[in-house]
Ligand binder design. Structure first.
Ligand code: TXA
Ligand code: MG
Length: 347
């Protein structure tokens, strides 16, 4: 039996926060909103509670969890030593969509880090998340609250679809602001390295830290964030990612739509506002508008909703328009490329 409670984003009702904290104290799972995506939370200091996360998501055991804290003292208890880069990140980006990789203390159970010596830690800015951690009094381990492999949940309804019947409580505060997961940054030593692009951009990090690398594992090398090696965000249907000059993208999409329909495929299109204005006359019923190409934040906040709609509408050919790989656009394209697999065209 899963209860889904609507909670006020800015002024979370104390009784609901308390109910969530009580379930967590009892070793159960609670789904809660963050500014990035919804998290599936458990007491991070309780190994058997954390084991339930892997079970509910169908998550591989070798994929570690992010630990969420509400203040610096809580973070200090989990981290063995802080580098100067880590300190700068805390000053500039916490609370917010930045996860730091740092050496863990013995307090962090091995199941949380999948046996790694480092822990992933972040202070979210969402009032509901902060209040829940505060009220529980311990850090909360939480991956995104989707079934493993599915697009991350950015609405309470997404969590409901994936988790109903599996957990006692979903705190539903509506849509998440950022809509993409946090940036995962290794600041444990050496040049800070982005293991997963996300809500804080490389450009923002460089402004504060100077040199920042991106982890780009070669063919036979595993990515440093274990989660990055799995198939992700993929809808059931075949997905084709098309990017490039708008006129060419629109022309190619038109061709692919007609070709797909001729093969009796149910076709769907996720595209920018600008391309939608051109495609609308011919294919008004197929389009889901992600947002303006000039506002990557808008696209970021709609992308998982769009990918999830494809499954709900049982689309079997999905054409997605890419956006420019700068700022948040890089994180958006990272997710779309994962969803598309090898089916990516730049024209
Ligand atoms: O925005 C977010 O980060 C959301 C919200 C709920 O906070 N959480 C989230 O968690 O996206 P998850 O589990 O879906 O993704 C965590 C990523 C995975 O790629 C995982 O492999 C990596 O972080 N990660 C976790 N702990 C790590 C560690 N100790 N070392 C390296 N990578 C780690
Ligand atoms: Mg995830």
């Amino acid at each position: 039996q899963t209860k889904r409670s609507t909670i006020d984003r800015l002024h979370p009702e104390a009784e609901l926060i308390n109910e969530g904290a009580e379930w967590l104290k009892a070793g159960e799972l609670v789904a809660f909103p963050t500014e990035t995506v919804y998290g599936l939370g458990a007491n991070a200091l309780d190994a058997s509670a954390c084991a339930k996360i892997f079970e509910a998501k169908g998550r591989p055991q070798d994929n570690p969890l992010i630990v969420h804290v509400c203040n610096r003292v809580m973070a200090n208890n989990l981290v063995e030593s802080w580098t100067s880069e880590a300190e700068l990140c805390v000053q500039h980006f916490w609370p917010g969509p930045l996860t730091l990789i740092l050496p863990k203390t013995a307090l962090v159970p091995d199941i949380v880090t999948a046996g790694l010596v480092n822990v992933a830690i972040r202070m979210p800015s969402h009032p509901v998340a902060l209040r829940l951690i505060e009220d529980a009094g311990f850090p909360i381990a939480a991956p995104s609250a989707n079934l493993s492999g599915k697009p991350s949940p950015t609405r309470g309804s997404h969590v409901w679809r994936d988790m109903k019947g599996k957990i006692p409580l979903i705190l539903d505060a509506g849509a998440c602001e950022v809509g993409l997961e946090s940036t995962v940054l290794d600041v444990s030593g050496g040049v800070p390295t982005i293991l997963r692009p996300g809500g804080i951009t490389k450009e923002q990090l460089e402004e504060v830290l100077g040199e920042v690398r991106a982890d780009t594992p070669s063919e036979n090398q595993a990515p440093k964030a274990p989660g990055m090696k799995y198939r992700h965000y993929a809808p059931q249907g075949e997905l084709l990612l098309v990017s490039g000059l708008r006129d060419r993208v629109v022309q190619r999409m038109g061709q692919e739509i007609l070709r797909g329909q001729a093969r009796l495929k149910k076709v769907g299109v996720l595209c920018t506002l600008e391309s939608a204005s051109l495609l609308h006359n011919w294919f008004p019923d197929l389009l889901f508008v992600l947002g303006s190409k000039d506002r990557p934040q808008e696209v970021a906040s709609n992308i998982f909703e769009g990918l999830r709609l494809c499954d709900e509408r049982r689309m079997d050919l999905i054409l997605v328009e890419g956006i420019e790989e700068a700022g948040l656009g890089s994180a958006v394209m990272n997710r779309l490329e994962k969803a598309a697999g090898k089916r990516t065209q730049h024209i």
